[in-house]
Design a protein around this ligand. Structure first.
Ligand code: UDP
Length: 237
């Protein structure tokens, strides 16, 4: 019998892992694969909440650098995360995983509003809760949302799913010789200015002592391996 190391986790999925090879938008095949991996982990009895990003569709900062008002652009970015959240919910429910989407910006016709106690209740009932629309505030990121929600629901760890194997000293997609770290402290990440999460997300995790494991979602079985306590990716504590 496989024994998970954690009872409740928060999985952060950045938008870019949903694109497949296209580099933009949502690839239903990729989403289905992710959903299947989530199903396996939920099957172990682990309670899972997910914070979904939106960078595959819209990034506020990129749009504002081209002249758009930053706050308006950020609201568009938050709406992009709702599109991803609904796509993930659809894929999960198709394979029999009960799911609720909660949004930080109210849109009752498509999803529940974010209510902390209700989210916890869903988790206790074995439902996967997808948090969409970020924090509901411009000038933040979905990484910060992940730190915030992880603390609110009492998750033991944040699993940050990316396209690379962990945290490297420099971008491994540019520098093939870049060294990968197995373990780091949040302070190291700040000091070395490693581009993993923004400083707001890091300081929240650091202050509240919640670890983050950064790992590659493209490698099959990685979410489960991480949950079972195998050494995967880079652990930041
Ligand atoms: N965003 C925001 N407030 C939040 C979370 C997200 O304004 O609390 C906006 C921001 O514009 C961001 C976009 O939503 O660029 C998409 O989120 P993010 O870039 O974090 O997604 P990811 O990189 O994980 O795909």
């Amino acid at each position: 019998m496989e024994r998970p190391r954690y009872k409740r986790i928060l999985l952060k999925i950045s938008g870019e892992v949903l694109t497949g090879e296209k580099g933009y938008g949502i690839d239903p095949e990729v989403i289905l694969k992710i959903a299947q991996e989530i199903k396996e982990v939920v099957g172990l009895g682990v309670e899972m909440a997910i914070v979904i990003g939106g960078g595959n569709i819209f990034r506020g900062m990129a749009a504002s650098s081209k002249g758009m008002d930053r706050a308006s652009a950020d609201y568009m970015g938050m709406l992009a995360t709702v599109l991803n959240g609904l796509a993930l919910q659809d894929a999960l429910e198709k394979i029999g995983v009960f799911t609720r989407v909660q949004t930080a910006i109210e849109m009752r016709e498509v999803a529940e509003p974010y209510i902390r106690r209700k989210a916890i209740r869903h988790l206790e009932k074995g439902r996967v809760v997808i948090f969409a629309a970020g924090t509901g505030n411009p000038f933040f990121t979905t990484d910060t949302t992940a730190s915030l929600r992880a603390m609110e629901i009492g998750a033991e760890v944040i699993l940050k799913a990316t396209k690379v194997d962990g945290i490297y000293e420099s971008d491994p997609l540019i520098n093939a010789k870049a060294k990968k770290f197995d373990e780091l402290t949040y302070f190291d990440v700040l000091k070395k200015q490693l581009k993993v999460m923004d400083a707001t997300a890091i300081s929240l995790c650091m202050d509240h002592r919640i670890p983050t494991i950064v790992f590659n979602l493209k490698k099959k079985g990685n979410i489960k391996r991480t949950v079972l306590g195998e050494k995967v990716g880079t652990k930041v504590r």
